[in-house]
Design a protein around this ligand. Structure first.
Ligand code: ZN
Ligand code: ZN
Ligand code: FE
Length: 746
């Protein structure tokens, strides 16, 4: 007989871990107790040595699906002769540092009950258990206990209490446990906040079928929903939200999704993850989704229902729904009941309830690449799971993020906690959301940053925010170097690599606008070794909104004054743009790959004006159709010249070659440029590992062609797998670079 103390760290709270430990201990007839501590789970276990070993093996081998064990520490301790195994609800006094579980989609067993007429929770819109339900978005403090969640306002009835206290029950210490008698209430209101008679789900479904827009309270905020097949409803939603052409996310059952998209097995697996993200999938040719849902896009974004309310609604309405964040344009998702009440212009009806959302979280968006997750937006369902780092920091660090698709990143020890998606900085509401989230993360993970890391850009709102923060050391790092570091850190990679960072725009160390960059180095030291040629960007930020301006600049770069305009650009103010370029008026130089994609998109006539960030590039990718051939370029081992590429494209346009053909050839040419430059750098440095990062690599065609080209030549290629390759992943790279710069690196 012996006794052991076991400390388990990781995602072990709010995921049914203590009852699981309890059942395993009972199975082996062991005595002692388990308790949540602010550092994780602590077990005191007594019994036969062999059985204790079995117990530990079973804990590791059978742990609940949503849990994640990062570290188990086992120590011999004093035998106290317990006569039972129990769950101790008192708190240990350790350093406050625990993982909070992300929100988890309704599990299969809860779904069975939800649709079983004999179950006491038949059609109960708030059904949950220790394996599913709200977590991060209702938790305001640690440890994860009902009193520290917004469920603290609901007193459990006797039956719920009995489940909650019974270790054999699936609802044993399920913190949001409740039922019809004791839980929140679902109601349907009109936009004057008046109650609608009738069963709320049935009535909401009826109104959606009739073409109305219904606001729906979800986990991390409200959605705006309408029938995704109804042109008028979708168009109206687009205009009230001031959305431009930016695609909407949708929600539907798996059967419905398969009617609209070609769903690969891996995509179905990602759809069904406990995080229930939006997955971007190829649109079927016979899809009947309204063209206004994702204008000009070859892929559609769907998620499965992930709360009982969603399940009930989708079943009742029997239609795919647009499910877009409740906000105007680029403002943060709305989660506050009162604010939603004041925005009654955005919806006709409101399906809502009285369980408060404590912290907002948008839906996550995922692409799959070669069968694996490739995140576009990391938010609900993934946050606040930390990213493990290949080093351990002795001080806390904040990477403040960029101005677009902002997230922040807090480093504590060997963990990086990335915030949920916050949005574009510069709006008062976004900055308020930022501060709310930052304070919350600092509080629940007990993080006190001494170093703040920001971008270099003199005009960034995030930079001026960082400059205003008191009592901390500020370190500024170059945008694309941060992207490179982010790709390395996302891969737990501490060695040397060649970095290929293709991005929209970022402020360069020479004052030019970078974005088509080749680096060499590691997390500790990064050097720029090559880039796309500098070409004037007439109008600066105006050219980001109007890619046709850069198309003119590309033509002038390739041909000088002797170029002929494609017909669709003839009516634009070309002479004015040329004067700007020739006289260097408001025409900063750029090496941006994002701008090149958009310039080509405008040149080919696919998209000359962006209504949202990256639109022209996305449309160019969307139309590409596999074909042979590619365009020439000049590279001598030092300098890259793409005049021949522009000339080749112009010739194809003159030959009336299809845009789908030109697009594909252009993509292939870029992957060839990557290969040529990488192989030259590799010859000089001996490095065979390549990291691909930056927003342009959201382009899956470019990514696939580049991966293929590099891997066939034996390179080890690192790409993002946990966090987005766009600016949503920038803050991780900033924080990591800050750590090494502070240590005395470069
Ligand atoms: Zn469940
Ligand atoms: Zn109850
Ligand atoms: Fe970027």
């Amino acid at each position: 007989m012996e006794a052991k103390d076991i400390y388990i760290r990781g995602k072990v709270q709010g995921v049914g871990f203590r009852p699981f430990v309890y059942r395993i201990a009972r199975r082996y007839g062991l005595k002692g107790f388990v308790r949540n501590e602010t550092t994780g789970v602590y077990i005191h276990i007594e019994g036969e040595n062999g059985k204790i070993n079995n117990f530990i093996e079973s804990i590791e081998g059978e742990k609940p699906t949503p849990s994640n064990i990062v570290d188990i520490e086992i120590k011999k301790t004093e035998f106290k002769n317990f006569i039972d195994f129990f769950i101790d609800f008192s708190q240990g006094k350790h350093e406050k540092f625990t993982f909070v579980s992300p929100d988890i989609a309704t599990c299969d067993r809860c779904l069975e009950e939800l649709f079983n007429p004999d179950d006491r929770r038949y059609k109960f819109p708030f059904i949950n258990c220790t394996n599913c339900g709200p977590r991060f978005t209702i938790t305001f403090d640690v440890p994860y206990d009902r009193r520290n969640t917004t469920m603290n306002e609901f007193e459990m009835c006797d039956i719920c209490k009995a489940e909650y206290s019974n270790p054999e029950s699936r609802r044993f210490h399920a913190q949001p446990n409740c039922c019809f008698d004791c839980g929140p209430t679902l109601i349907l209101l009109n936009n004057k906040m008046e109650n609608i008679e009738g069963e709320p789900i049935r009535m909401a479904a009826k109104f959606i079928r009739e073409g109305y827009i219904v606001g729906i309270k979800g986990l991390g905020g409200y959605h705006l929903a309408c029938n995704a097949k109804n042109n008028e409803a979708v168009k109206r939603l687009r205009s009230t939200k001031k959305r431009g052409n930016k695609p909407f996310g949708m929600m539907a059952s798996i059967e419905m999704i398969k009617k609209e998209c070609e769903v690969l097995a891996d995509e179905e697996r990602v759809l069904r993850l406990p995080a229930a993200p939006i997955v971007l999938m190829k649109k079927r040719e016979d899809s009947t989704i309204s063209d206004f849902v994702a204008p000009g896009q070859s892929r559609l974004g769907f998620m499965l229902p992930y709360t009982p309310i969603h399940h009930l609604l989708i079943k009742e309405v029997d239609l795919p729904l647009v499910m877009t964040s409740f906000n105007i344009a680029d403002e943060p998702i709305e989660y506050n009941d009162e604010n939603v009440g004041q925005h009654s212009d955005l919806y006709d009806y409101l399906l809502t309830h009285n369980r408060k959302i404590y912290i907002r979280a948008d839906d996550s968006v995922i692409s799959t690449l070669n069968g694996e997750v490739y995140p576009i937006r990391r938010s609900r369902g993934f946050v606040p799971d930390p990213i493990e780092l290949p080093f351990k920091s002795d001080i806390d660090i904040l990477g403040i993020g960029g101005d677009l698709k902002n997230t922040f990143c807090l480093i504590k020890r060997n963990y990086a906690f990335l915030s949920q998606y916050i949005g574009d900085m510069g709006l008062l509401k976004t900055e308020e959301a930022y501060k709310e989230n930052l304070e919350h993360f600092k509080h629940i993970f007990d993080i006190r940053p001494e170093i703040i890391v920001s971008d270099l850009h003199p005009g960034y709102h995030s930079v001026s925010m960082a400059e205003k923060m008191q009592g901390v050391k500020l370190i500024k790092v170059q945008h694309h170097k941060a992207h490179f570091a982010s790709t390395l850190a996302d891969n737990f990679y501490g060695g040397d690599a060649i970095g290929v960072i293709f991005d929209g725009t970022g402020y360069g160390e020479d004052g030019n606008i970078w974005g088509g960059e080749f680096f060499v180095g590691s997390l500790e030291n990064i050097e720029r070794v090559a880039h796309l040629p500098y070409i004037p960007l007439p109008g600066g930020d105006m050219a980001v909104i109007e890619p046709w301006r850069y198309a003119i600049s590309l033509l002038y770069y390739a041909f000088g004054d002797n170029f002929s305009l494609p017909i669709h650009l003839e009516k634009r103010n070309n002479q004015f743009i040329l004067q700007m370029i020739k006289n260097s008026i408001n025409s900063p130089l750029t090496s941006s790959m994002g701008r090149l994609f958009e310039g080509i998109s405008a040149l080919v006539g696919v998209c000359s004006d962006n209504t949202f960030e990256g639109e022209a590039a996305m449309k160019l990718e969307s139309i590409a159709h596999e074909t042979d051939g590619m365009y020439n370029f000049y590279y001598d081992g030092n300098n890259l010249d793409i005049k021949d590429l522009i000339i080749g494209i112009s010739n194809d346009i003159k030959k009336k070659e299809q845009a789908s053909v030109i697009s594909y050839r252009f993509h292939r040419s870029i992957s060839e440029i990557v290969y040529r430059i990488v192989s030259s750098i590799s010859k000089k440095t001996g490095i065979k590992t390549v990291a691909l990062g930056g927003g342009v690599f959201q382009n899956l065609l470019l990514m696939k062609l580049t991966l293929e080209r590099l891997e066939n030549k034996g390179y080890n290629v690192l790409i993002h797998r946990n966090i987005p390759t766009n600016d949503g992943g920038l803050s991780l790279g900033q924080a990591v670079m800050g750590y090494f710069i502070n240590k005395g690196g470069k």
